[in-house]
Design a protein around this ligand. Structure first.
Ligand code: RAM
Length: 364
């Protein structure tokens, strides 16, 4: 991993951009090599591969004001522009399906070529996305999926169970294998968080290893910093014996990390966080609230959404299982997804811990 980072930095020094050609998810290791995580900056000076992109490709993130979503959007925009296309990034007014429906309706009337959406609800966008597809617009989801009938394919950051297992194992490890833990999630309808939480629960049900762990509550901070702070404080008050909070959202984990560390709480934290936001809280010992956490490269995830949109519009793929395409990130195959639809997987979740957080906090 260090080598990849160094080679990425070297690449940066040489060509002034880390976005293109410095990494490939194809050589990502199973343990999570942060799939071309060294790609830190958006760039528009890449060579467009044959096939290129001449249309207008839209991204609808989950919500504005979330640094993860902004990095995802940076990656999307840079990839579209590098391919010669026009990128439209349109944030909904709030992290709700209704706000996304309004945005998608307007994209349909603008006649964009594709819509890539990080969904605030798995099912509620179906009718507007079907309308888009009927109008000839190619539709995929990224980060947080829409149901199988609402998309051609989903761009997934990592396998759902890979993430679920990493999280429940972290809770098990940090708690010492027993005791109370709580989950601080994003919105209650978020497809991605709900899938990861369900996966954690099914590992708990199916493996006696986790029998002494008690999930006391799933709280929702709605990917808003203040609400996540309030929810963390409420959990601490309600559960005096709480050992661990697991927050599978970058907004939630950053808010909880601050509350726990400022209060000198003995409750420990893990989950999914941006290294740049979490560096001050990751460490060993009582002074730090988070021993370790996981994530993937949000810039690359956005870029994968872009390349997938372009491949759909160009007719290189239809989103059917077995379809393949190549892009600057590597070679990808469309595989079956757990919901009966199909997906393209970016890589494996990567573990951020005291020994590597300083390297990664400057990357994303
Ligand atoms: C938040 C968002 C996003 C999720 C990350 C981990 O920023 O909810 O959808 O993928 O956390």
């Amino acid at each position: 991993m260090k080598k990849k980072l160094l080679s990425g930095l070297l690449c940066a020094a040489m060509v002034g951009t880390l976005f293109v050609g410095c990494g490939s998810s194809a050589d990502t290791e199973a343990t999570g090599d942060a799939a071309s995580t060294e790609n830190t900056e958006a760039s528009t000076d890449a060579e467009a591969p044959a096939g290129g992109a001449s249309g207008t490709y839209a991204l609808v993130p989950k919500s504005a004001g979330n640094p993860f979503n902004e990095k995802e959007a940076d990656g999307f925009k840079a990839a579209v522009e590098a391919m010669g296309g026009t990128a439209v990034v349109q944030y909904p007014e709030s992290a709700t399906a209704d706000a996304q429906i309004t945005v998608i309706e307007s994209l349909i009337s603008q006649g964009v070529d594709s819509i890539c959406v990080a969904a605030n609800d798995e099912n509620a966008l179906q009718s507007v996305l079907e309308e888009a597809m009927d109008a000839g617009i190619k539709v995929c989801s990224v980060d947080s999926s829409v149901n199988k009938d609402s998309r051609a394919v989903h761009c997934n950051q990592a396998g759902v169970d890979e993430i679920g297992l990493a999280l429940i194992d972290a809770v098990y490890d940090i708690s010492g294998g027993s005791g109370q833990f709580a989950i601080l999630s994003a919105t209650s309808q978020a497809t991605n968080q709900n899938a990861w939480i369900d996966s954690m629960k099914s590992f708990m049900e199916s493996d006696s290893k986790y029998a002494d762990l008690e999930l006391v509550e799933v709280a929702y901070g709605d990917d808003e910093s203040q609400k996540s702070t309030d929810q963390t404080q409420a959990l601490l008050q309600k559960y005096p014996d709480l050992k661990v909070i697991c927050s599978p959202t970058t907004v939630g984990i950053a808010a909880a990390a601050k509350v726990l560390q400022d209060q000198g709480s003995s409750v420990k934290l893990t989950g999914l966080g941006l290294p740049s936001e979490m560096a001050a809280y990751i460490g060993d010992g009582d002074d730090f609230s988070c021993p370790y956490m996981f994530l993937w490269n949000p810039i690359d995830l956005g870029a994968l959404g872009a390349y997938t949109s372009i491949a759909l519009v160009n007719g290189e793929i239809t989103g059917a299982e077995g379809d393949t395409f190549s892009c600057e990130l590597g070679d990808y195959t469309v595989v079956a997804a757990g919901d009966g639809g199909t997906e393209i997987i970016l890589g494996a979740p990567f573990k951020f811990e005291p020994s590597n957080i300083d390297e990664w906090k400057v990357v994303y």
